[in-house]
Design a protein around this ligand. Structure first.
Ligand SMILES: [Zn+2]
Length: 214
């Protein structure tokens, strides 16, 4: 087997089982409407690690993404992580990318149903930011979304178990995500992000229309 694949897989599993990374990740994002809330907790990451070991979640790597700012992805249709081939996943910076994508995977596995794409993305950025703050005790200046996520994540790092973010608290982060071209809405009817496979969680709640997107 490709040695880089084996090394990537082990780095992902090690990160998702390491208490240094996952113990701080215990929070809830309240949707503020009839779409589902999101619950994140350490065992959810252990569950993703187990799914990788069992071959129920796979991963691939690419030389480049279409958007040069993109570093990694989780595909809810194929249940697959995608990383840049040049990623160094055994360093803290690579591990925060693993935590980000594993948060998407954990939400997908939870099968919560049709939910907000922006809440899903907020959870991933808050988890990533909480890990960076927990390990480094300071923030990196890396753009509007991450700056806002780190401001939110500070509340986790001072250890409120099961910290609840209300929808109102999350609005600045949601606006930052909406304003980024990586997350621009698409009307493409074959866009893979709107397709469903294992779980219904692959369909998004349309915040503006107040209903699910088809
Ligand atoms: Zn994401």
């Amino acid at each position: 087997m490709d040695p880089q694949y084996v090394a990537f897989q082990q780095a992902i599993i090690d990160t998702l089982r390491n208490p240094r990374y996952i113990d701080v990740l215990n929070f809830q994002l309240l949707s503020g409407n009839s779409s589902p809330d999101i619950h994140i907790y350490p065992n959810a990451y252990r569950g993703v690690a187990a799914a990788i070991e069992q071959g129920r979640i796979n991963f691939d790597y690419v030389d480049a993404f279409d958007d040069p700012d993109q570093l990694a992805a989780y595909d809810t249709v194929t249940n697959q992580f995608v990383f840049l081939r040049s990623s160094v996943l055994n360093m803290d910076i690579g591990r925060s990318a693993v935590i980000h994508e594993a948060t998407h995977a954990a939400i997908d596995r939870a099968g919560i149903g049709i939910h907000s794409r922006y809440l899903d993305e907020s959870a991933a950025y808050i988890a990533e930011a909480a890990v960076i703050l927990h390990l480094e005790g300071r923030r990196r200046n890396t753009g509007r979304i991450r700056a806002e996520a780190q401001r939110q994540a500070r509340q986790l790092v001072i250890r409120h178990p099961r910290f609840q973010f209300t929808h109102d608290q999350l609005i600045p982060l949601i606006r930052a995500i909406e304003g980024n071209s990586l997350y621009a809405p698409t009307d493409d009817p074959v866009s893979r992000i709107y397709l469903s496979d294992t779980f219904d969680s692959n369909r998004w709640w349309d915040e503006k229309l107040g209903r699910r997107q088809q």
